[in-house]
Design a protein around this ligand. Sequence first.
Ligand code: GLA
Length: 695
Amino acid sequence: MLDARGTAVPRLIHWGSDLGAVEPESLAQLVDAGRAIAPSSPDTPLSPSLLASSAEGFSGYPVLIARRTGFPAARLPLRIHRTVLTHDDTAISVELVADDDHGPLLTITWRAVLSPEGVLTIGLDARAEAPDGVDLHRLAAAVPVPARATELLDFTGLWAGERRPQRGTVRDGLHLREQRRGRPGHDAPYLTVAGTPGFGFRSGEVWALHHAFSGNSATGVEALPTGHRRLLAAELLEPGEVVLEPGGTYTAPEVVLAWSDRGLDGLSERFHPFVRALSPSAHRPVVLNTWEAVYFDHDLDRLLPLVEAAADLGVERFVLDDGWFQGRTDDRRALGDWTVDPQRWPAGLHPLADAVVARGMEFGLWVEPEMVSPDSRLAREHPEWMLADTTADAEAHHPPTWRFQHTLDITIPAARIHVLEALSALLDEYPIAFLKWDHNRDQHAGSAAAHTRALYALIDDLRARHPQVAIESCASGGGRVDLGIARRVHRFWTSDTNDALDRQRIQRYSGLLMPPELLGGHVGAPRAHITGRRHELSFRLATALFGSAGIEWDITGASDDDRAVLRDWVATVKRFRGLLTTGRSVRTDEATDDRYVHALVAPDGSEALVSLATLATPAVAIPAPLRLPGLDADRRYRVQPVTLGAPAHAVQDAPPAWIAAGGTTVSGALLAELGLPVPLLGPEQALVLHAVALD
Ligand code: GLA
C-alpha cells in the first residue's frame, strides 16, 4: 500500500497481510498519526519515502547516490518529486524526477508487481537527464518492516557448505551484506528474513527479501533509533562503474519479496509457485553426472559401461562433466578451448553421445564459458580477453589466478561472440539437450555489473539459437543460485558436496526460496568424496530424492545389490515426480535441531511424500512422534513406508507396530497434532513415508 497523496515521493505504508476493504479517510488518519515529530529530529514529520534521502530529512542509508558527470562531489539529489503514477490491481508504477542544484539529474521509475502467489517484485530504472550524463553509484530498493520484526535470519556459507543459516536480533544500525564476487557466492545472503521473535518453519510473521541478481550486491536490514526499520537491496556498484550518457538508462536488478504469517513455510508457499512459473521448463529427468565417477579420466572404454549402467537403472540424462575439451587433462589448463580433445576423443564425442541417445537418454555436457586458462590456445591468441585491470603504464594487471583460471572478458563483444559461436557449434554438431554451465572463480577485475549483464545476454542469445537446450547454473557448486539467472536456467547445482548429511542442511535452506526440483541432488559414492564420511545407501537415496535427483558415482563398480536398489530408487523418483515437482513444502520445528522433517504435499492435499532424517545420535530414548502439519485435517490418510534399500538403522528391539504392519490409517488432524510414533533412528538415517488420502 502506497501513500501517494500530492506530488511528494510516495511512501510504502504496508506490505504483508491483506487489509481488506479500507476506508481512505480512516487510513489517512492512521498514516498521518504515524508521522509524529520525534524529539531531536527534523521539524517536519519523518516517514521515509521510496527514495528517502537527506533531502527529506532522513539520515538512514541513502537509496540513491548519483552525481552529475564531471562535477567533483557526489551530490545527493536535492529534490525528488513525482510526475506520473499508474496502477491497477496488481501493479504500481511511479515516475520520479530527482534534481540536483543544476536541475533534473535522473528520472527514476519505481515499479511493484504483486504475483498471484503474493510475491512482490520491485524494479527500478534510472534515466540520465543531465546533459553531461550521470555517474550512478547506488539505486536501492528499500521496504519498511514493522517494529515487531525483531529477529533476523540470513545465510552465509562456503564451498561445499552453502546456505548456513545465521540468526540474531535486528539491532540498531545497518546489517549490510556486500558481495563482491561477481557471483552471489557460496556465502550469499540468499534470503534476508526479518520476523517476529522465535519465528520458525510453521509459525511467526516474517518478511523476506531476495536480490534477484547474479552479480555484486548489497543486501541487508537497517534499524534506526527512530523506530524505522527497512529491508534493503541494491546492486553493489563501484565508483565509476555505471556512467550514464544523457538519456541512458540503468535498470536495477529486481528485488523479490514475500510475507507470511505462517513462518518460513508460508514464504516457500509463495516463492515456490512463483519460481516454478518463471523457470523456463518443468522437465526434470533423472541425471547421471560423470564428475565424481571419472573426473578427468575421459576414456570411451571407461565411459561406455557407465552409459550402459546408467541406462540400465532408468537414468534419463547422462552428463559428461569437465575433461572433454582440447588439452583439458586437469584443472590447470584449457578453459576457453571449447573443441573436443582429439587425443582422448579421436572420433569426437559422437560414439559417446550416440550411445547415450541410443539408450534413450538425453546427452548433457559441462562447460565453463566465462572463463579462460592462461595455459590455453584462447589465451595465447587473445591475451587481451583475459580480464585484467590496466595499470598507469598500460600494462594489464591480472588478479591472482583462482583454480588456475581467469575470467574471460565477455564484455568485449568479440570474446562473447567467440564463446557463443563455440557453444553453438557444439550444440549444432552433437545432440546436446543440457549444458552444465559452471563458473569457478570470483571476479577480481573489470566490472561485475557489465560482466553479469554480458552473461545474461550470452545465455539469452544461446537460448534463442538453441531453445531446446536446458541449462544448469553451477558455480563451484551452489555459488550462483538466484532468481536473476533462474529465468534463464532449468536447474541449479546446489553444492559440490554429495555428503548426504551436509546435503540435508544445504537442501533444507536452499529450499526456502527454490522449489526442490530445481536443486540438483546426487547420490554419491558410499564414502563421500569431499568429506570422506560414509553413509548407507538408504540415507543417500532419501536425501537425493527430495531434489532434482541424480547419481554421481561410478556405478560400474557398485555391487549388483546396490544397483538393484538404485534401479528401484530411480523408479521411485519417477513414480513421485508429479508430487516432487508440484508439491507444497512442509517442514516442522522440532524441539532439537538433530532431526529434520520435510514433506511435499500435493496441491490438492491428496497425498504427501515425507522424509524424517536424523542428523545426530538421538538425545532421547523414545523419539517424539512425527507430526506432519499441512494435510487436510478431515481426511483420512493411509501412511506407508517407502522402501529405499535397507530399512533405516534403528536403535531398539522392535519398531512401532504400524511400521511392522506396513502402514496405518490416520486423519490429517491426528497426523498434525499427535503425530506418528517413529523408530529410534540412529544418526544419519532417514525414514521416507507416503501418505495417500482415502477419501
Ligand atoms: C566445479 C563444479 C563441479 C565439477 C567441477 C569440474 O567444481 O562445481 O561439479 O563440474 O567444477 O571441474
